[in-house]
Design a protein around this ligand. Structure first.
Ligand SMILES: Cc1cc2nc3c(=O)[nH]c(=O)nc-3n(C[C@H](O)[C@H](O)[C@H](O)COP(=O)(O)O)c2cc1C
Length: 329
């Protein structure tokens, strides 16, 4: 994250399964490593969320934005806005974009179905113009973005920029385990699946033996997996059982159908961390965008960001220099 910020992008600290104490120490570490502004990604259903909001606001001189998939209420958004911190939720459906605008957020990241992790069903090419037509606030395009062509295209659609998850995951500096990086590099588009089996929500990930087992698992094994994940999550976040159940129940209003699925939804970032950071592909999941299927290199963040800007500028200049669409008449 520090490398992406230093390269000129706006990095977000992924804090969805951190305790407030961990977030405090990570924010301090980022502050020590860069003077660039950065954001924090979290969600309001995670244990200790109220404390996390306070923590972010206390660091408002450098934490300039928050992003969230499952969003804060209007009160939290107002607190961030009063502190001068931009609220930039990620949405995967038109109705969520409209709702977020009504709640008073500053910008919206639109993630088309190609995107990594929890994702919607509508591809970027459809969702982006849908949202652009429906809201008045600035929109950032995400889901499948990886190069200068994508940036130029997003600007042409009317977005103000692009957000990338998978492309930054596949960089030299990303903290992803080497074993996991090799899996991402090897993956073809056919090796990337969208499943609701994990937690009831559509989730894009690399196909692994764990994911194949998941596909055929019955109710009992779902319960067992949910219990194990909740126990690990309790250990990792220090949350109590009632807090975990509350967090899981909140997920049920976001698409997870059953309690075991809701527990797995709450634990999903932890399962991603297990595979992606700790390199344990057997019991974790490697969330990814479909774009990993066409990426075959691990550039430095600096080369990546510079290359994207240079390529987008070349393409935009070429278009501005007289390219036009021939009349159909
Ligand atoms: C491994 C992985 C983990 C992710 N974790 C989160 C998360 O914890 N919170 C969140 O809001 N988005 C998360 N995302 C989604 C990204 O923030 C971003 O919107 C998405 O990756 C954009 O699509 P792309 O993968 O095609 O670039 C994750 C994506 C990936 C690939």
């Amino acid at each position: 994250m520090v490398a992406s910020s230093e390269a000129g992008a706006f990095g977000f600290l992924a804090a969805a399964v951190m305790t407030p104490a961990e977030i405090a120490s990570k924010i301090a570490a980022v502050r020590a490593a860069t003077s660039r502004p950065f954001g924090v990604n979290f969600h309001m259903f995670q244990p200790g969320a109220a404390e996390i909001v306070d923590l972010i606001i206390a660091n408002r001189d450098q934490v300039r934005a928050v992003s969230f998939g499952r969003g804060p209420n209007a009160a939290a958004i107002t607190r961030f806005r009063n502190a001068g911190i931009l609220c930039i939720p990620t949405v995967g459906a038109l109705k969520h974009a409209v709702k977020m605008q009504a709640l008073g957020v500053d910008m919206i990241t639109v993630q088309g179905g190609e995107g990594g992790g929890h994702t919607g069903s509508v591809p970027t090419t459809i969702l982006l113009p849908q949202v652009l037509d429906a809201v008045r606030i600035p929109v950032i395009a995400a889901g499948g973005m990886a190069d200068g062509r994508a940036l130029a295209a997003a600007l042409a659609y009317g977005a103000v920029g692009i957000a990338m998850g998978t492309r930054f995951l596949m960089t030299r500096e990303s903290p992803v385990a080497e074993a996991a990086k090799r899996c991402y590099l090897k993956a073809d588009t056919d090796d990337i699946v969208l499943t609701t089996k994990l937690d009831g929500l559509p989730h894009r990930m690399l196909r692994t033996r764990f994911v194949d087992r998941l596909a055929v698992s019955g109710r009992l094994s779902m319960w067992m997996r949910a219990f194990e994940c909740a126990r690990d999550m309790k250990y990792q976040t220090g949350a109590s059982w009632p807090e975990l159940i509350r967090s899981a129940n909140a997920m049920r209003t976001h698409g997870a159908a059953t309690l075991p699925q809701a527990l797995l939804a709450a634990a999903a970032p932890m399962l991603i961390r297990r595979a992606v950071i700790d390199g344990d592909a057997e019991t974790g999941i490697m969330a990814t965008g479909l774009v990993a299927g066409r990426l075959a290199d691990l550039p430095t963040c600096r080369d990546l960001v510079d290359g994207i800007i240079a390529d987008a500028n070349t393409r935009l200049a070429a278009l501005a220099g007289g390219a036009s669409v021939a009349s159909a008449a």
